[in-house]
Write a protein that binds this ligand. Structure first.
Ligand code: R1P
Ligand code: URA
Length: 293
């Protein structure tokens, strides 16, 4: 029996046959995807492609699809935050796993390779500005995955319990969640990268312990992130997308990796003198690795 079609209000397809927010048609997306926060960073990635076959934009979502050697890659800007990741990841998945003509889930599902190239604040003194962190896990204090059914491994559950016990976060904010990096991608990004847990925050200021005019509800929280340790696991950094990427990516069956350039070290209170140059060098390094896998 044919499944019921997904309603027009739930899966929004425009006159071009493109999914609403990303303004992409299924054939316009490559199986390897690089996400960046800043729309202006899309061309900083695609300028290294051998050819760019198409560019699309709607709001903050810019996509360039092209070839690096034989590899077809799409680079997509997400804007800032887990709420934007909810839109981008559901729409990327729909582009490959939902038939837009019948509006039904395809019988055979496609797994995408998705690598984020972003920036972050480091939470360990030894992770200097301009170095790069590969997120072993994304710990979400942003609530997004709490809206979805999602499974964890025993190791993830254990880490999450230890994190909650250490930080007592659930007494102050919403329940955190955790998901791991895609192991088949992570194994290729070893030399020249720090590896550690990443905490994803629902804001840049208060949620990351920054005080301008407003005081903090839970001032010790950031110190507790830095001091967390379980086995070999420590919290390397925080930013605003990784947990949502790892959470939705793993629930939907995609391989995801988040790589962040340290632009601010919150422990030594230092800031990169040339973050753009450090991001350029991360882009080159990531493209070099991706072109070989
Ligand atoms: C905040 O300035 C933004 O920078 C980081 C955070 O995750 C947040 O999106 O990443 P991007 O440089 O990729 O945007
Ligand atoms: N992005 C963040 O979210 N935090 C930082 O400190 C730097 C970049």
């Amino acid at each position: 029996m044919m499944a019921n079609p997904i309603a027009e209000s739930e899966l929004i397809i425009n006159d071009r046959g493109a999914i609403y927010h990303l303004n992409l048609r299924p054939e316009e997306l490559a199986p390897t995807i690089i996400t960046v926060g800043d729309p202006d960073r899309v061309q900083e990635v695609s300028k290294h492609f051998d050819s760019v076959e198409l560019t699309r934009q709607h709001r903050e979502f810019v996509t360039h699809t092209g070839f690096l050697g034989n590899k077809r890659i799409s680079v997509v800007s997400t804007g800032i935050g887990p709420d934007n990741i909810d839109i981008v990841f559901n729409e990327l998945d729909a582009l490959v796993n939902i038939d837009f003509n019948t509006r039904t889930i395809k019988p055979s599902l496609t797994s995408l390779n998705i690598v984020r190239i972003g920036t972050c604040g480091a939470l360990q003194a030894e992770y200097g500005v301009d170095s790069m962190v590969v997120s072993s896990h994304g710990v979400g204090i942003d609530n997004l995955l709490n809206y979805y059914q999602h499974d964890n491994t025993e190791q993830e559950n254990e880490l999450l319990q230890q994190f909650i016990q250490h930080t007592r976060i659930d007494e102050h904010f919403s329940r955190p969640y955790i998901h791991s990096a895609g192991s088949s991608l992570r194994m290729h990004f070893v030399d020249g990268f720090h590896h550690g847990m990443t905490v994803t925050c629902p804001g840049f200021y208060g949620p990351q312990g920054r005080v301008l005019r407003l005081g903090l509800h839970y001032p010790n929280f950031i110190d507790l992130l830095t001091s967390f340790s379980y086995g070999s696991h420590k919290i390397a950094n925080f930013e605003m997308e990784t947990s949502a990427i790892y959470g939705l990516g793993s629930a939907l069956g995609h391989q995801c990796l988040s790589i962040s350039v340290v632009v601010a070290n919150r422990i030594s209170q230092t800031f990169s003198a040339d973050g753009k140059k450090a991001v350029e060098s991360a882009i080159k390094k990531v493209l070099n690795v991706l072109s070989g896998i």
